[in-house]
Design a protein around this ligand. Structure first.
Ligand SMILES: CC(=O)SCCNC(=O)CCNC(=O)[C@H](O)C(C)(C)COP(=O)(O)OP(=O)(O)OC[C@H]1O[C@@H](n2cnc3c(N)ncnc32)[C@H](O)[C@@H]1OP(=O)(O)O
Ligand SMILES: CC(C)C(=O)C(=O)O
Length: 639
């Protein structure tokens, strides 16, 4: 037999053998389940364990100052239950807990949670650390799964129950039943975690929780918390939901119990499992910001909260400045938030892809119209963006980024961001070719600066200040004509637009709107055929201009201002026809519509001469000057 065939056989056998060491997690036979029909309509009680589970998983756990900053942020975001420490772990943990309490850093409505294993001396230390706080959840954990009982603790089920009950009684004696009056002033709650609940027999999990509950004696007002943890995620989320619904419907005194979830992300399903667990009846959720925590992390509290938000449910946590949250967590944990993390990643609301950019751009235009009619609470319907980035304090300009995968939608978006104008479609197509070939040739991301440079050098006069309009007179007259002054296929203004014959400064605004409207309405005729006008107005233009300081007089006639300008420029010795044009006023964000000091006009003109075509663009405070620039710029390129 050939040697490589033998090694192939060996490797297949090895692979088959290694997979056999795993056992499938059994599904629950639970036909009574109701969770698949439920929906989430309210937020859970949230607990942040960033300062405990998150902290214990760091290469370098946080010091007291870092923990304090983190704590203050958590309070600011709106968390009312915060696991602050594992006081028996280290002096830092103990002292941090004391510092919070003695400096009055804990708002009255915030519960701190302190954690300990089921070991008497460590529980005593833990409770001592919490002395004097207003509201404290004492959290003890004990693994209940078979493998832990056998491998780690060497304890029977009965011994495990007895240990848990002893600890619950001890905590009760040291806290709510304490002889020390200072201790009794604190509001104490017990949280018991049957660690590895997911891998524990449900009957045993219920049995141990019932025993702990009986030892603690919770009330409806001050419920005991059973934190049914997926310490290691070993099953699919639907199986987890069955386990939770079974637990919720079989634990006694349900009204005195808060069922809490604590999901880790070993199979990558922590968010799904936590959401399904809530559908199944859980009341409370523990997790960390951006999924920090042991191994693959705890469930991500940011994703959970914002998933609710995007279903129209207020999570009660404020992530209105999500970048600030990211910065804080990255700085204090030294773990970067992934670029594609839900909601928070740098690329989460950003696309390089042409068709996506086109859809988003159209989406924003449609959104602007919708908001004009219905206000900012109009229902969010946006292609590719399940959430408004502005709700997270994220800027629209970060959404679209350009490379060789981008198309005219994205490139048009950038031009709009740089110049505050919308290009005509045909110019978008032409400029897209320019940008794509630049991007492919250089292999770089296209920035706003590159767009500006490419656009200016391609379509605008190199020195726009070199061309000035010193004065301009316009006159209209009715004529009977069947041609359009050498301007192929351009319809004229509406016949009434230009009445004045003012100087430059005086004319800009009274004729400019009509100029713009006329062009917007006036579509070029296909094939460049002359338009037939039986009775129309002709615009006669007479202007004094200066090019590089040299004064010239130009005059021309046409169906409208632009075509009469084109006619006049031809008088300077250029030879062309107008193929397409558009004028518009810039959309100045924040400036009032009639704020003349900030208004600028854009003229876009496509000229043809022989078999050459060229676009020119002018952006100026004066609409006639803008069009003049556009024509001169395109005409120069045809030379
Ligand atoms: C799933 C979770 O994340 S639970 C939270 C865990 N967090 C931490 O462990 C962080 C802080 N921990 C520590 O600082 C230390 O581990 C301490 C202070 C708790 C204990 O330290 P040590 O006494 O040195 O013990 P060590 O760290 O080796 O822990 C193992 C011992 O604790 C026991 N143990 C582990 N979990 C528990 C528990 N939930 N209840 C009771 N005993 C426990 C083990 O059986 C073992 O006992 P053994 O030495 O008799 O075999
Ligand atoms: C809640 C505790 C015990 C925990 O961190 C876990 O189970 O993962």
């Amino acid at each position: 037999m050939h040697i490589s065939f033998i090694s192939y056989l060996l490797s297949t056998m090895t692979a088959n053998n290694t997979v056999k060491k795993y056992t499938p997690f059994p599904a629950l036979h639970f036909p009574e389940r109701k969770w698949p029909q439920q929906t989430l309509t309210k937020p859970p009680r949230w607990l942040s364990t960033d300062l405990r589970d998150g902290n214990q998983a760091l290469v370098q756990p946080m010091d007291g100052d870092a923990k304090l900053r983190f704590f203050q942020h958590l309070v600011k975001f709106g968390y009312k239950e915060i696991e602050v420490s594992y006081p028996s772990a280290s002096q830092t943990e103990f002292e941090f807990t004391r510092r919070l309490i003695t400096t009055g850093a804990i708002p009255d409505d915030v519960w701190i949670q302190v954690m300990a294993p089921c070991r008497e001396e460590l529980i005593r230390t833990t409770i001592e650390a919490a002395r004097g706080a207003k509201k404290v959840i004492v959290h003890i954990h004990l693994s209940t799964s078979e493998v832990f009982r056998e491998v780690v603790f060497n304890m029977t089920e009965q011994e495990t129950i007895e240990l848990a009950v002893r600890c619950a009684r001890l905590i009760r004696n040291l806290t709510k039943d304490s002889a020390d009056p200072e201790m009794r002033q604190t509001e104490w709650t017990l949280e018991f975690t049957p660690e590895n609940f997911q891998d524990t027999s449900l009957e045993f999990a219920l049995e141990i929780c019932e025993a702990v509950k009986a030892a603690w004696e919770p009330t409806e007002e001050n419920k005991i918390i059973f934190n049914v943890a997926a310490t290691v995620e070993v099953a699919m989320p639907n199986v987890f939901a069955d386990q939770i619904e079974y637990f919720c419907t079989h634990i006694s005194d349900r009204e005195k119990v808060s069922v809490s979830l604590h999901n880790h992300n070993d199979r990558g399903c922590a968010v799904a499992a936590t959401e399904m667990g809530q559908l199944a009846g859980a009341d409370r959720v523990e997790g960390c910001l951006f999924s920090n925590g042991e191994r693959t992390g705890n469930v991500d509290l940011v994703t959970l909260a914002l998933n609710l938000y995007t279903q129209g449910v207020d999570p009660g946590i404020d992530f209105g400045n999500l970048n600030e949250v990211v910065d804080m967590v990255e700085e204090l944990t030294k773990i970067p938030v992934h670029f594609r993390a839900p909601y928070a990643g740098k690329y989460t609301f950003c696309t390089f892809t042409g068709t996506h950019q086109d859809a988003i751009r159209k989406g924003y235009k449609s959104r602007a119209r919708l908001e004009e009619r219905l206000g900012p609470s109009a229902k969010w319907r946006m292609p590719y963006l399940p959430m408004d980035p502005a709700d997270l304090g994220r800027k629209h300009e970060a959404i679209i980024r350009l490379n060789s995968q981008s198309g005219k939608g994205g490139i048009g978006w950038f031009v709009n961001e740089v110049f505050e104008v919308d290009m005509p479609r045909d110019l978008e197509v032409a400029f897209t070719r320019v940008v794509k070939s630049y991007s492919e040739e250089k292999g770089v991301e296209i920035t706003h600066d590159i767009i500006e440079e490419l656009f200016r050098s391609r379509y605008m006069l190199p020195k726009p200040e070199g061309v000035q309009l010193l004065s301009c007179k316009l006159r209209t007259g009715k004529v009977c004509s069947a041609k359009s002054n050498g301007v192929n296929g351009v319809n004229g203004v509406n016949g009434h637009a230009v009445s004045g014959a003012n100087g430059v400064n005086g004319h800009a605004n009274d004729h400019a709107n009509d100029h713009a409207n006329g062009h917007a309405n006036g579509k070029p005729k296909p094939n460049g055929k002359p338009a037939i006008h039986e009775h129309t107005n002709t615009v006669h233009l007479h202007a004094n201009i200066a090019i590089q300081g040299v004064r010239q007089t130009i005059s021309g006639s046409g169906d409208d201002i632009l075509t009469s300008l084109a006619d006049a420029v031809r008088g300077l010795g250029f030879c062309f026809d107008v193929l397409d044009y558009k004028t518009e006023w810039q959309h100045h964000e924040g400036a009032g519509e009639n704020d003349e000091s900030t208004r600028r006009s854009a003229g876009f003109v496509k000229l043809v001469s022989g078999d050459k075509t060229a676009w020119g663009v002018g952006i100026q405070e004066d609409s006639i000057l803008a069009s003049l620039h556009a024509i001169l710029s395109a005409a120069a390129k045809l030379e």
